[in-house]
Design a protein around this ligand. Structure first.
Ligand code: ATP
Length: 234
């Protein structure tokens, strides 16, 4: 469904990604793991059309989407749930969710989608009339994920969904990701929480200094010596 071919990208003169290639097939949960500053967020922002690659190509459903504007990428069905949630604090949870349905093709069915999404997130349903700023960090992350699903994306991308959350809440976030996986959704997750994300994913890529150094099935990566030493502290 998604293919990155030999992508270079960065910020102005600063080159961050060097020849990154990866694929995500329909129905797969794929993760990109790596340390701070490895280029994980930059990869997602490049796919989302927020950064223009200086080399290489991005294909989505067989079409070349390299260089499209961010809103065009959204309209094709690629949704990024950014790091740090970025909810509208003064709006209610329900209003925040409805803001997620702005994509062409999601608006008409937003009431039905809202019910489907709230079925996946009973806790969010309970909080739906509350102001977003009054929720805990974990609840806000659930709302951010639910809002991303309101766009009915073909590809859902998560940027560090567990960032800054207490361990028990991190488990809840990954439970939600497991439920999303069970619906057959296509998902790309960037994470520093290597253990949880490899448990959740089908396949993974390891990014170091802007380069893919390893890729394999997630279960194989969990037992890989380099991963165990560098990322799992085993
Ligand atoms: P983290 O987990 O710390 O967010 P990451 O793997 O997601 O790490 P990126 O956010 O992609 O890493 O950052 C990769 C590199 O790009 C870092 O060295 C960072 O300092 C640099 N960088 C990020 N944003 C900008 C920017 N707007 N301008 C210049 N450099 C940037």
């Amino acid at each position: 469904m998604l293919e990155l071919r030999d992508i270079d990208a960065g910020y102005g003169p600063t080159s961050i990604l060097h020849g990154v290639s990866l694929t995500v097939e329909a129905g797969e949960v794929v993760t990109i793991v790596g340390g701070n500053g490895a280029g994980k967020t930059t990869t997602l922002r490049t796919i989302a059309g927020l950064i223009k690659p200086t080399k290489g190509a991005i294909l989505f459903e067989g079409e070349d989407i390299t260089g499209l504007a961010a809103h065009e990428v959204v309209d094709l069905g690629i949704t990024l749930i950014p790091e740090g949630r970025q909810l509208f604090p003064d709006m209610t949870v329900r209003e925040n969710l409805l803001m997620g349905a702005y994509r062409k093709g999601a608006r008409a069915s937003q009431k039905q989608t809202l019910e489907e999404v709230l079925d996946l997130f009973p806790r969010v349903r309970e909080r739906s009339e509350q102001q977003a700023s009054s929720l805990s960090g974990g609840e806000q992350q659930m709302v951010a994920i639910a809002r991303g699903m309101m766009a009915k994306p073909k590809l859902l991308m998560f940027d560090e969904p567990s960032l800054g959350l207490a361990p028990i809440i991190v488990s809840q976030v990954f439970d939600v990701i497991a439920r999303i996986k069970a619906t057959g959704a296509t998902v790309l997750i960037v994470e520093q929480n290597v253990f949880h994300t490899l448990k959740a994913a089908h396949r993974g890529y390891v990014l170091e200094n802007g380069e893919v150094v390893l890729s394999d099935r997630a279960d194989a990566l969990l037992t890989n010596d380099h991963i165990r030493q560098a990322y799992l502290g085993i």
